[in-house]
Design a protein around this ligand. Sequence first.
Ligand SMILES: Cc1cc2nc3c(=O)[nH]c(=O)nc-3n(C[C@H](O)[C@H](O)[C@H](O)COP(=O)(O)OP(=O)(O)OC[C@H]3O[C@@H](n4cnc5c(N)ncnc54)[C@H](O)[C@@H]3O)c2cc1C
Length: 411
Amino acid sequence: MDMSFVLREENRKLLDQVTDMIRDEIMPLEEEYQAEIAKGDRWTFTERQTEILEGLKQKARSRGLWNFWLTDSERGFGLSTVEYAYFAEQMGKTPLGAEVFNCSAPDTGNMEVFERYGTEAMKEEWLAPLLEGKIRSAYLMTEPDVASSDATNISMSCVRDGDDYVLNGEKWWSSGAGDPRCKVYIVMVKTGGEELPVHKRQSMIVVPAGAPGIEILRPMEVYGHDDAPHGHMHIRFTNVRVPAENILLGEGRGFEIAQGRLGPGRIHHCMRAVGQAEIALERMCKRSLQREAFGKKLAQLGANYDIIAECRMEIEMARLLCLKAAWYMDQGDARAAAPWISQIKVVAPRMALKVIDEAVQMFGGQGVSQDTPLAIAWTHVRTLRLADGPDAVHRRQIARAELRKHTQEKV
Ligand SMILES: Cc1cc2nc3c(=O)[nH]c(=O)nc-3n(C[C@H](O)[C@H](O)[C@H](O)COP(=O)(O)OP(=O)(O)OC[C@H]3O[C@@H](n4cnc5c(N)ncnc54)[C@H](O)[C@@H]3O)c2cc1C
């Protein structure tokens, strides 16, 4: 029996299809796909890699399992954020999951920006092929020289020159910019100075990935892994020129767009982390029942029952909190939802790291090796304590919302 809050019957059937496809058709190809990445130039796709990925995308699409993230939209399934969260959990179980259904970061957030704030020309040039899964995109905010968790520090120069803007500066941790299919960047830049209020100084601008003056300096490594062919790139902009109409909404509107972009994306990340924890617990349980030491199954040794029980309880608590944050999101008041999103953004990665770490332990030496997906899953989830806002920044938001309850004047 599965108790799924607020999941309408027709969407439960869709979710079952996604769950089955992940288990029966995607996960069995995961290992071969990963092995292909190691061959030849790791920043291009081998023929077999393309065949696996595009083959799965084709299957998903032909079954109508595509673009679920388009919540409350006529073009999507009209899923609520709560409903979509269940899909994200399933997709989190395999590194290929989100892309096969055209639901991967950072594309979903970027597509949302194009859909909400893009001009008709941008929608045609960038949104249409993104919705079709033909190209990919990156979101460039973080900079090496400033503390980017405070986005008011973002300082890439963007100066109007006739009909163009000219960009200079460096970005790093640009996820997905290593992928040869990545054709467009949404870039946070600085367009105003001290004459403007602090939240009106930054803007977002659309830059084609191949524009002259863009130099990919290196992939940033996560605990020694470059995450090819996706990549988290360090990029230099030297006099990169784009037409003035590429600015989204107008100068100084960067924060407004960022707020809209990051809320749903954070919930998706968290729910995928819940999925990663679920699959790690499943692997841990199977291993502990299959292997023996000191004359007993591993499960029966030491505190292993307690460890398994703790993992189960932590996953359940995190999932409920994530659904609650998603529910607030669905009520249409982003301000009210924000502290809940911050709570789950701290809780979900912390929980998933703990569960994956226990699974690693149950696997012994193999757990930290390349022979299980656990080690790499841990490094991925670890980055979630930084990406889309470090824990400390979210805790600050949570505390401020809590304190506000006691400082607001009563009416
Ligand atoms: C794998 C990965 C993928 C990423 N993908 C992208 C991407 O696609 N696009 C993009 O633009 N960025 C991306 N990032 C960057 C990420 O969003 C930033 O690293 C993050 O916002 C923090 O910025 P910073 O690294 O400049 O850290 P800083 O701002 O220098 O913060 C460092 C530390 O200072 C402390 N701190 C900061 N503020 C507070 C506070 N209020 N209270 C207490 N302590 C505080 C925290 O401990 C924090 O971790 C990615 C990062 C990683 C690791």
